[in-house]
Design a protein around this ligand. Structure first.
Ligand code: IPE
Ligand code: IPE
Ligand code: MG
Length: 245
């Protein structure tokens, strides 16, 4: 007998992994006649509440899209501002996150960033590696296309050197070559600012994620906003290609 009501009704189980495209910092600043960097600063301020809300909601993984592989197209001064804020965030928040049992992981080509940022990232990952609470995944210099191409390249190299056979390449082994190895696929992807696109974010991993697009701008995102998105997630029926249960 099926006792789990979520199985009976088709209502989803609580999200284990929420991923967020934090968008709208520039528009938030523009609406106030402020420089774009002011929006990014307020965007960083919004992070603390969201991480806390994720912990309170009992989710296991929270992934935040902080800088895409295409964001290098922005003016150099804005790129510098964003990198400066990443530095500041890691310096300012690491201790508190560690104290709260948060495990930090980075995905993307972060090793190509400035050396001091690479060191801060390595330190954050190593310091928190043994923590058992929420896993906070930060996507920096991340793009799904380059992630998938890089995985393919490494798989080809493994076949050439004989450590992998063609028959061993399947969806599970392929996923093991992505930056997200060991991280379950997101159940829910949220994008703020009203834009309705993925912008090269988790294209492989979000194959069956529920997408929730919210009109508010990222600096205005609060704990309640996360709860609203999760409520919306609970109203969805996940079918994974099957018929309604
Ligand atoms: C999101 O806000 C932050 C990053 C992409 C780094 P934006 O800077 O994209 O803000 P809008 O979209 O211009 O309003
Ligand atoms: C996506 O936002 C990237 C991040 C939130 C880090 P963008 O603002 O860069 O995306 P587009 O350009 O509107 O698609
Ligand atoms: Mg944007």
């Amino acid at each position: 007998m099926v006792t789990n009501t979520s199985l009976k009704t088709g209502a989803p189980s609580p999200p284990r992994h929420i991923a967020i495209i934090m968008d709208g910092n520039g528009r938030w600043a523009k609406a106030r006649g402020l420089p774009r960097v002011a929006g990014h600063q307020r965007g960083v301020d919004a992070l603390r509440g969201v991480v806390e809300a994720g912990q309170e909601l009992g989710i296991d993984y929270l992934t935040l899209y902080a800088f895409s592989s295409e964001n290098w197209k922005r003016p150099p001064t804005e790129v510098d501002d964003l990198m400066g804020l990443l530095r500041l965030y890691l310096r300012r928040e690491l201790r508190e996150l560690h104290r709260n049992g948060v495990r930090i992981r980075f995905i993307g080509e972060w090793r190509r960033l400035a050396l001091d940022i690479v060191k801060l990232i390595e330190d954050a990952e190593q310091t928190t590696a043994g923590n058992m609470g929420l896993t906070l995944v930060i996507a920096v210099n991340y793009g799904s296309h380059s992630e998938i191409v890089e995985a393919s390249r490494r798989i080809a190299a493994a076949v050439i050197d004989g450590s992998l056979t063609l028959d061993e390449i399947n969806e599970t082994t392929f996923a093991g070559y992505l930056y997200t190895v060991g991280i379950p696929n997101p159940d829910l992807v949220i994008r703020t600012s009203g834009e309705q696109r993925l912008s090269n974010f988790l294209l492989w991993q979000a194959c069956y994620a529920e997408l929730v697009f919210m009109d508010l701008l990222w600096p205005d995102f609060t704990k309640q906003s996360l709860e609203q998105a999760v409520d919306e997630f609970h109203r969805r029926e996940r079918r994974y290609g099957a018929t309604s249960g």
